[in-house]
Design a protein around this ligand. Structure first.
Ligand code: AHR
Length: 313
């Protein structure tokens, strides 16, 4: 009898905690990289806003204007407002320890969304929820090497200087082409993850080297800009110059369906729900692996038309 009572009390307590956690309205700050990057970033922000609405979360959103100092100020403002937790999409990988230490001292858990940071103290954040950027770059590099028969003159459009995906995708792509000596990166420069800069840099690349026959864009927005630059230079993107990219946004699938983009590796931006669930879990004492990896698929142009109707971003 006594044993039954203990079990019943235990179950009641679990139910109380679960209901308590689900009944509470959480106030969560989200410091987005912000600025005018493009389709992928907009999809992520939309995902966070939709999840906040669905989960009854009181969301405090700050557009980081692609500046670390704006994001750091946002985190300090969240602390001052006494939020329950923080989501941070760190625009660059370094320089976070001091403000994350302040969050820790205020007992406010921080989950990193879509990008990681470099720190000697990983207790400063609950976990990072990101894709494996090295693998993304490597898969695209291997695909391009096979497509080009192991020989190409490559131009690389890099992401935002110092950003985790920019550093890791460059590393991965280099690994992906390493076993093909004929695959040569002859020009590499940042296009800041946006279409306008990507187009401008690609225009300069085409003027600088007429032998370019392949482009690796570290994200779709820059790839879209590069495709425009190639067309305006009188060449055929996808044919005269093979273009590969990372993200898997709708514009990229539409470009692949048109044959101006040859292949893309996904990078899932729909992180709102998992971000909030992880943060609320941490607020209630749950622990997580330091890296919650998102899975990505690689798509070729031939698959784009069939895939388009079911694309979620
Ligand atoms: O951190 C993910 C990257 O951020 C996306 O690949 C890119 O489009 C965005 O700028």
């Amino acid at each position: 009898m006594k044993r039954k009572l203990v079990v019943l009390l235990g179950l009641a307590l679990c139910l109380f905690v679960a209901l308590g956690a689900s009944a509470k309205t959480y106030t969560i700050g989200f410091a987005q990289t912000g600025g005018n990057e493009g389709a992928w970033r907009d999809a992520e922000t939309a995902s966070v806003n939709a999840a906040a609405k669905d989960m009854g979360i009181n969301l405090k959103f700050v557009d980081g204007q692609e500046k670390q100092e704006v994001q750091i100020a946002a985190l300090r403002s969240f602390i001052a407002q006494g939020v329950d937790g923080i989501l941070l999409a760190p625009v660059v990988a370094t320089g976070w320890d001091e403000v994350l230490q302040e969050c820790k001292q205020a007992n406010i858990p921080v989950v990193l969304l879509d990008r990681g940071i470099q720190t000697s103290d990983d207790s400063l954040y609950v976990c990072k929820i990101t894709s494996d950027f090295v693998q993304e770059g490597k898969r695209v590099g291997e695909w391009l090497s096979k497509k080009m028969g192991g020989k190409a003159t490559i131009a690389e459009l890099e992401g935002t200087p110092g950003a985790d995906p920019a550093i890791m995708r460059q590393k991965g792509f280099a690994e992906g082409i390493a076993s093909y000596p004929g695959m040569k990166i002859v020009l590499s420069q940042t296009g800041n993850f946006n279409a306008a800069d990507g187009k401008q840099v690609m225009e300069a690349f085409l003027k600088a080297n007429s032998r370019i026959n392949a482009v690796f864009a570290q994200n779709d927005d820059m790839a879209m800009g590069a495709i425009q630059a190639i067309q305006e230079a009188g060449k055929r993107p996808g044919k005269d110059i093979v273009v590969v990219s990372i993200d898997g946004t709708r514009p990229a699938f539409e470009a692949m369906a048109k044959g101006t983009l040859n292949a893309v590796c996904e990078c899932n931006p729909l992180l709102g729900k998992i971000g909030f669930e992880t943060l609320i879990g941490a607020i209630n004492g749950q622990t997580y692996p330091k890296w919650v990896i998102q899975t990505d698929g690689l798509y070729e142009a031939s698959q784009a038309k069939a895939a388009l109707p079911t694309r979620k971003y």
